[in-house]
Design a protein around this ligand. Sequence first.
Ligand code: DOR
Ligand code: ZN
Ligand code: ZN
Length: 427
Amino acid sequence: MKLLIKRGRVIDPAGGIGGVMDVLIEDGKVAIIGSELSDPYAIEINAKGLMVSAGLVDMHVHLREPGQEYKEDITTGTLAAAHGGFTSIAPMPNTTPVTDSPERIQYIRERASQCCGVNVWPIGAVSVGEQGQEETDPKALKEAGAVALSDDGVPVMNADLMRNQLMKAHRQGMVILAHSEDINMVRNYAVNEGRVSRQLGIPGRPGIAEEYMIMRDAMLAEETGTAVHICHISTAKSVDIVRRYKKRGVRITCETCPQYFTLAEDEILTKGTLARVNPPLRTSSDVDAIIKGLQDGTIDAIATDHAPHAAEEKARPLETAPSGMVGLETALAISLTALYHTGRMSLSDILRKMTVNPANILGIPRGRLAVGCAADLVLFDPDERWTIDPEEFYSKGRNTPFGGMQVRGRVKYTIAGGKVIYQDKSN
Ligand code: DOR
Ligand code: ZN
Ligand code: ZN
């Protein structure tokens, strides 16, 4: 089947192409990018007024399958991804059981192959059962299709195990994605340690718990000559540490998520458990520093940490409700609204952090829009205004503090492997 995308504003986030052009897709690949293309056998998509970019890549999601399908499964998670413009997603291994063996990696790939066409790139665990005691086998995980390792959800407290696994993963060409928070300092606390935790009279998660773990992992990466990636950075000092270590030539990369460049800890007071997330929302000066880190390139990627939970779970008291928020269906619009429509960042800089940068960190052949590349694309109207309504999500999770927010930027078509896997029918 052939697709011909007519007169869109084509952006290759990796650089190169820009401007109004046509894109011909054939056999799941980008065949021609040029002007005034025509093909009598191709199905045409009128992309006038739309941006045409490489499909978005989310290097950090939770799909909950196997084991917690009441929160999400691979079918609904990939549909949510397509709705949000994502054509590649990397699910974390904190499933039940934990994705710590080749068989479990294969299971996820097999299930994903029956879904809507979004590419699913599984992440294997660093330690068996994410227990921090016994090392997994990075080589076997890689051979089964894992693209990276992480114990996300649980910090790797055991520095010896982390050091060994950094080296073993590195030999396989894999990076470790670190959830950096010292567990003894954060326990199961619900909010940032600071003004809001004092106001509520509850213990909080201090920023230092994140910052020194990032420092530890940066030091380990430096000492071993390996690569490490820091998940969801949230504080000003964290940005500083990554910036400093990058300057020294250490192979450290990091991501943040839309909630950390738009929301501060006060959100807890109005949104309650919907604003509970690990690491927690911080202060407004942290938010400013995260934006600076995005602007100056310290922060390489925007990921969602899409973390669906059931409504009953989020209805529990703040101190016992699970942490996390869904993100796949709102990330592009929130990023455009907060970073592009405010003049803080260019469209191509934002898109780079949602396509080619995360793809490069994971080492997956995606995130580019050029002849010969896989035909994974997103077509979006960067200006269209809409209001976030969790009832319209494809995800089973409705847990977002962004419900009711007016945003700009709407996904119109998502194309994966040359097939339209989502089309906005709203107007
Ligand atoms: O808020 C979070 N939710 N942070 C994590 O690290 C894990 C995630 C989850 O799995 O729900
Ligand atoms: Zn995490
Ligand atoms: Zn996560």
